[in-house]
Design a protein around this ligand. Structure first.
Ligand code: NDP
Length: 247
């Protein structure tokens, strides 16, 4: 069995990945920031699917919280050998000219600093030589990193560009130690994040306009994440995998 940590594992894409991991018999540290009820529901769903899980509250922008997330998971299930760097936020659509310093700071804190702190802890802890199996880190970036999200979310898109670059660099740093590092770049996926961006209908509108003609489901992104975590992807590292319906 693998033991994995998922930041922002309580809702949306992280939750779907946790449940799919549970269905494979894996153990999951389900991180959440604010919504304990959602995390508890996800833990129950992972167990119902056949895995094990523990909910761990923590803000990915706080170093001590990130360390504790790995500690609690390892104490419950043994050494962590997989990590999904998934926690992320958007803000209401705006032009860059109208974005406040507070907004930019929060966006960069959660999506960049949080990703770097979490990936750093993974780089320090993942077992580098566990029977030759190594470990796997998957970052949840976005198709926005190559589209730019002009007029709406150039701040968010930039944070995802940083995640892509982190994926490329860290994959090379850790390859010699048997740890693979990859990113998935989802397109328009139906989750609650669109409501927090002030556009609850965005997933439907943009998803319908994508080549595949519909928004994606969190479970479809989870399949890609689980493949990259698994030993089936043993020769894949430094990849930026679009799961974007052709967008
Ligand atoms: P959701 O809003 O559905 O879920 C976000 C998750 O992140 C929640 O579990 C939330 O916990 C957690 N979270 C937020 N801030 C923090 C924090 N500071 N520390 C720890 N956890 C935090 O989002 P999605 O599932 O849609 O998004 C997941 C990832 O996928 C994000 O990185 C997003 O950018 C990316 N993505 C999403 C796309 C989409 O269309 N949905 C498209 C492309 C990329 P809590 O509820 O407790 O606050």
């Amino acid at each position: 069995m693998k033991t994995i940590v998922i930041t922002g594992g309580s809702r949306g894409i992280g939750r779907a990945a946790a449940i799919l991991a549970g269905a494979r018999g894996w153990a999951v540290g389900v991180n959440f920031a604010r919504e304990a009820d959602a995390a508890a529901e996800t833990v129950a769903a992972v167990v119902a699917a056949g895995g094990k899980a523990v909910a761990v509250q923590g803000d990915v922008t706080i170093e001590a919280d990130v360390i504790r997330l790995f500690d609690v998971t390892a104490e419950a299930f043994g050494p962590v050998d997989g990590l999904v760097v998934n926690a992320g936020i958007v803000a209401p659509a705006a032009q860059l000219a109208d974005m406040s310093v507070d907004r930019l700071t929060r966006m960069f804190d959660v999506n960049i600093l949080g990703a770097y702190l979490t990936a750093r802890e993974g780089a320090r802890r993942l077992p580098f030589d566990r029977g030759g199996r190594g470990g796997s880190i998957v970052l949840v970036s976005s198709a926005a990193s190559r589209l730019g999200s002009a007029g709406q979310y150039v701040d968010y898109a930039g944070t995802k560009g940083a995640m892509d670059t982190l994926t490329l660099g860290l994959s090379r740093e850790l390859a010699g130690q048997g740890v693979r590092v990859n990113a998935v770049r989802p397109g328009i996926i139906e989750t609650e994040i669109h409501a927090s961006g002030g556009q609850p209908d965005r997933a439907h509108t943009l998803g319908t306009a994508s080549p595949i003609g519909r928004p994606g489901r969190a479970e479809e992104v989870a399949e890609a994440i689980l493949w990259l975590l698994s030993d089936a992807a043993s020769y894949t590292t430094g990849a930026l995998l679009d799961v974007a319906g052709g967008r």
